[in-house]
Write a protein that binds this ligand. Structure first.
Ligand SMILES: Cc1ncc(COP(=O)(O)O)c(C=O)c1O
Length: 422
């Protein structure tokens, strides 16, 4: 292990951070399980990329077959991209009728920013939530406050709708007011309203899923001011939130642009941007866009397989039912562990916020790190989110079942006991 870490540091440098005090050397994955180099098995309760389960045999088979047949770019005619676009667009509201494929979520958000800039004929004013993650290119890093390097001059931040610390009844109106003020401020600074961009499960902000509908007035206000509504579904999309296929659907909104990525290829790098035709066509009239790998036949075959499996294996319903079951188990733990301040989420996206006291809800940042490591020591993999890093982020493959939830709750019970008595 030490040799591997030294090689990494030497070859890759400090950017390549590792999870856990004692890192895990993974060599194989299967469904919700990861295996290390000694054959030890870990419950993966964190990987939303492998949404239909690690190394799903059908995905692997389709990938291999298409790779052995043809892989090329989109300057040739090919049916896979069209079939896939039809399937994917059929999961989205009718108003969203165009798809562009990329390889990463960052590229998709980058393109959304280009579209916003193009619309206003300059640098568009962008509003995001204040601990959001949207990606790492120069332009997208400027709208990604959680990188901690400051946002761009053309960016304003608003608090995510925190249903734990604020009155849920007032959240929608407050968000509307904050978004309106942010765009007014941007206009005063010379930036026309360009886009309100949000991760519809507010994952980096700390996982906020309720109340459903909280985004409606803010999105309406953004549109009235001339800004685009951009739902970043890189985390919330593809059936994860259970009630709906897309995170924004739970909130009853129809965005202008939807960006997506992570789970789309179950680990294969495929991402994309779907938009209202008038929005994308206006951009295409004035600007060129090409992505060498985006939309290649292998990616599209894989993407199609993932969509089919989600439907055929009933994974959206599983996300809903197992997610509710898991949160019920966690809420029951809260009755015995004072560290748990709040349990929230939708489908198989859960935040479990840890506090040193339930009033005034002081973030238990160090203890949360200890719990993550104590779980790792018990072969359960999760991580944490939020500005204070005190929310356990639990986001397993969509094939996670009740027996896996039981195991997680049992091990968390143990881990919390250990951390509280340390
Ligand atoms: C909400 C959200 N948007 C965008 C991205 C960027 O995606 P990628 O890492 O594929 O560029 C991420 C990555 O974590 C994300 O969580």
């Amino acid at each position: 292990m030490r040799t591997l870490i030294e090689r990494r540091n030497q070859l890759l440098g400090p950017y390549y951070r590792l999870f856990y005090d004692e890192p895990v050397h993974v060599v194989r994955g299967e469904d919700v399980w990861l295996f290390d180099d000694t054959g030890e098995r870990y419950l993966d309760a964190y990987n939303n990329v492998a949404c239909v389960g690690h190394c799903h045999p059908r995905v692997v088979d389709i990938l291999a077959k298409q790779a052995a047949t043809l892989n090329t770019h989109t300057r040739y005619l090919h049916t896979h991209i069209l079939d896939y676009a039809e399937s994917l667009l059929s999961t989205l509201p009718n108003e969203i009728g165009r798809l562009t494929l990329t390889c990463t979520g960052t590229e998709a958000n980058d393109l959304a920013l280009r579209i916003a800039n193009n619309r206003v004929g300059g640098r568009a004013g962008i509003v995001v939530t204040d601990w959001a993650y949207h990606g790492g290119s120069v332009a997208v890093a400027e709208i990604t406050p959680c990188l901690g390097i400051g946002v761009g001059e053309h960016v304003r931040t608003v608090p995510a709708p925190d249903s734990y610390r604020c009155d849920p009844e007032r959240l929608a109106a407050e968000l509307e007011e904050q978004v309106t003020t942010a765009f007014a401020d941007l206009r005063a600074a010379g930036y026309a309203p360009g886009a309100f961009v949000f991760d519809s499960i507010f994952s980096s902000d700390g996982v906020f899923a309720h109340p459903a509908g909280v985004l409606v007035p803010a999105c309406d206000a953004a549109r009235r001011l001339g800004a685009l509504v951009v739902a970043d579904e890189v985390q919330a999309g593809f059936a994860r939130t259970g009630d709906a296929f897309w995170g924004f659907e739970r909130h009853g909104i129809v965005p202008d642009i939807v960006t997506m990525g992570k789970p789309m290829g179950n680990g294969h790098p495929i991402a994309g941007l779907a938009a209202r035709p008038e929005v994308l066509d206006a951009f295409a009239d004035r600007s060129r866009h090409f992505n060498t790998f985006g939309g290649n036949p292998v990616s599209c075959a894989v993407g199609q397989a993932v969509l089919d499996i989600i439907v055929e294996e009933g994974l959206q319903e599983n996300a809903r039912a197992t997610g509710d079951y898991l949160r019920a188990g966690l809420s029951e733990l809260a009755g015995r562990h004072a560290l748990i301040g709040d349990v929230r989420g939708a489908g198989l996206f859960t935040g479990c916020e840890l506090v040193t006291d339930r009033e005034p809800k002081t973030a238990a940042t160090d203890a949360t790190g200890d719990v993550v490591n104590a779980l790792r020591a018990r072969n359960v993999l999760v991580s944490r989110a939020g500005r204070d890093g005190n929310t356990l982020k639990i986001r397993p493959p969509l094939t996670f079942r009740r027996k896996h939830a039981d195991l997680l709750v049992e091990r968390l019970d143990d881990a919390l006991t250990e951390v509280a008595s340390a």
